[in-house]
Design a protein around this ligand. Structure first.
Ligand SMILES: O=C(O)CCC(=O)C(=O)O
Ligand SMILES: [Fe+2]
Length: 361
């Protein structure tokens, strides 16, 4: 498996005019690669808000470490479990330096936020709500394409006005690495590759990922071609704005008998430059990197029973082995620690299991 500039064929889908044909395109990508791009129409999520959020993130991560540490993850000041500032090596999937701030989301009454975020609550709320609106559109298209009798089956179970959920918005910063960290055996592949976020799949239903042109590094694991780079903008000549990258998380995979794919991905930089350089003109310079991820989760008490869709029922036999492997990879016993194979988990129980594996809490 070599690290090179092979790209993949993740489609860019325009969902601004939703139709059954568009829904089928979304399902096709979600059930094969587990990744798709949504053309950024600038309406659901304002381009200026994305730019302003990145500027805010850069300002935040530039503040002194002691200031950020006051809002450390899981502390009361930062809003409790799975909220707050994560420094280097705070996560098990984080071998060489990724820093992040986790927001409970979307929430107009934002958790206590550190400077300078505390002065930009309107922007942060608006951005998170617009992310959620995009997730809702994607979930509705999936419901349509799966021919569920209620096409809003997924979307309504993610209606955040109906109760708490595990939805998290995360601002990420990968600092420039130093010589000493690059020598670390856990983080270097020995082939000039630095792993900045270890191989993992996401916990939730769907994730929206925002990256900056010139800062690639994301790779997904394909069954036939190994690690493949995911460019920030796959068609820079046609798309003035990078499309929004969407990936399916574990939960939507479990929920659909493995029909939708929760694909393993990582962030890796080659020595002397970020990413595999596969993302178009100007990419591959510098090692510092910022990204933002919106991890959309269903309401805590949603039961993750198989979705009432003929397509999913028909898929059940094929998905069995895949789901078994996925549970194993995630450190989840078959049926859970309580050994109850048939038990239907709620979204919260599922998230708690993943957090336990990641943070040991
Ligand atoms: O920074 C990135 O591009 C991806 C981060 C990621 O995969 C995650 O936080 O789950
Ligand atoms: Fe991820």
């Amino acid at each position: 498996m070599s690290h090179d500039s092979r790209t993949n064929t993740i489609p860019v889908i325009d969902i601004s005019q939703p139709s059954e044909a568009v829904a089928r395109q979304v399902l096709e990508a979600a059930s094969t690669q587990g990744f798709l791009y949504i053309k950024n129409d600038g309406v659901t999520i304002a381009c200026k808000d994305i730019d302003d959020m990145f500027k805010l993130s850069q300002e935040f991560f530039a503040t002194p470490k002691e200031r950020k540490a006051e809002y450390a993850i899981h502390t009361e000041k930062a809003g409790g479990i799975n909220r707050g500032w994560v420094s280097m090596q705070g996560e098990s999937l984080d071998p060489e330096g990724q820093k992040s701030l986790q927001h409970r989301s979307p929430n107009p009454n934002l958790q206590p936020l550190p400077h300078p975020l505390s002065s930009h609550k309107d922007l942060i709320s608006r951005f998170q709500l617009s992310c959620h609106a995009l997730c809702t559109s994607i979930l509705s298209l999936l419901g349509t394409a799966l021919q569920i009798s209620d096409p809003s089956y997924f979307a309504s179970r993610h209606d955040q006005s109906q109760g708490p959920s595990g939805t998290i918005f995360r601002m990420l910063y990968y600092p420039k690495t130093t010589t000493s960290t690059s020598a670390s055996p856990s983080s270097s592949s020995g082939s000039g590759l630095r792993i900045r976020a270890g191989a993992h799949s996401d916990y939730g239903s769907i994730t929206l990922l925002f990256r900056l042109p010139g800062q690639p590094g994301l790779e997904l694991l394909t069954p036939d071609r190994g690690w493949v780079a995911v460019p920030v903008n796959p068609h820079p000549a046609d798309l003035a704005e990078p499309p929004i990258l969407v990936n399916i998380g574990d939960l939507l995979s479990f929920w659909t008998n493995g029909m939708l794919k929760s694909t393993v991905h990582r962030v890796a930089f080659s020595e002397g430059g970020a990413g595999a350089g596969a993302g178009g003109k100007g990419e591959g310079e510098g090692e510092e990197r910022y990204s933002m991820a919106y991890f959309c989760h269903p309401l805590d008490d949603v039961q993750l029973a198989a979705v009432p869709s003929k397509l999913i029922e028909d898929f059940a036999d094929r998905g069995v082995e895949e789901l078994r492997m996925q549970r194993k990879r995630l450190g989840l016993n078959d049926g859970g620690e309580d050994g109850d194979k048939e038990k239907v988990l709620t979204a919260k129980q599922h998230l708690d299991r993943r957090l336990k594996v990641t943070y040991g809490i």
